[in-house]
Design a binder for this molecule. Structure first.
Ligand code: PAF
Length: 287
């Protein structure tokens, strides 16, 4: 595996790759890699000749400085996992490399209501930070395809919108959420849960399964979401939202009438043991 720390070196290398007519798949990450990330690498390998993975803990997407400080960094293990997964290239830039202009000056993308609901409501500025770094990474890597996980569904939709905003031809591939055998969605943040909390955290997945089951029976969604919120509270979680939404074009809308043929998703964010967990499930249709 090649390791590049400087974007100019990576660009030069990838120019040669493109000249030899090879396709490039890109998996951006913040490290602390788990099987969810590795499944993205596998998907990218299946569909491309060369796979680039980036590891960069992006400061501009953290609205809470404590969360940034606590973000797990496991670079040695990550390199080993990427090597074992036969990743072709790792891009490991510094903050100065990615933000020579400084952290505060930046573009403002118009993501519409996608930026203000769900995660956007609780993590102000988060998606501008994600948009800013993914835009920069795409400019450097210029991949044919970009691979992201459905676990961060709203992020996937934001990036789909970003690609339109910046007139990009990159194809976004949204890969299914990888889950532990209990059903808990794989996440770098799971590492911060105590063994007891990790067992308990499966309740988020179970709540989504119940919403899906009830939705299948035609039960009314808002009551179901409210009940799931209260149940999580009773079990010791501090839920931020349990929402059921329709995906209409590139926008998510809270459901307030029967959804017809629109794609319907349920999404949950809840704190447990000082760790913020998110998960989602498609109840109807596809992404
Ligand atoms: O999902 C992540 O790990 C990050 O938000 C991303 C897409 C790598 C941007 O920093």
């Amino acid at each position: 595996m090649y390791l590049f720390k400087r974007s100019s070196d990576l660009k030069k290398h990838l120019d040669l790759v493109r000249k030899s007519n090879k396709s490039i798949g890109f998996v951006p990450t913040m490290g602390a890699l788990h099987n969810g990330h590795l499944s993205l690498i596998q998907a990218a390998k299946k569909e491309n000749d060369v796979v680039v993975c980036s590891i960069f803990v992006n400061p501009t997407q953290f609205n809470d400085p404590k969360d940034f400080e606590k973000y797990p960094i496991t670079i040695e293990e990550d390199i080993k996992k990427l090597n074992d997964a036969s990743t072709d290239i790792l891009f490991l830039p510094s903050v100065e490399e990615m933000y020579p202009e400084g952290l505060t000056i930046g573009k403002n993308y118009d993501f519409g209501n996608l930026e203000t609901i769900l995660e956007g409501k609780f993590r102000q500025g988060h998606f501008q930070g994600v948009g800013r770094i993914v835009h920069k990474l795409l400019d450097i890597v210029q991949p044919h395809k970009l691979f992201m996980g459905q676990k961060d569904l709203q992020q996937c939709l934001i990036i789909r919108k970003l690609l339109i905003i910046i007139n990009s031809t990159v194809k976004l591939v949204i890969c299914p959420t990888e889950r532990e055998s209990s059903g808990l969605a794989m996440s770098s943040r799971n590492e911060r849960l105590s063994p007891i909390a990790r067992k308990k955290a499966v309740a988020i997945y179970q709540a989504l399964e119940k919403l899906k089951h009830d939705f299948g029976k035609g039960l009314y969604f808002l009551e179901g979401a409210h009940e799931a919120f209260e149940n999580l509270k009773k079990q010791g979680f501090e839920p931020e939202y349990v929402d059921i939404l329709t995906l209409e074009g590139d926008n998510l809308h809270h459901i307030d009438q029967p959804p017809g043929n629109h794609t319907v998703v349920a999404a949950i964010a809840a704190w447990l043991d000082g760790v913020r967990l998110i998960d989602n499930m498609v109840l109807q249709g596809s992404l």
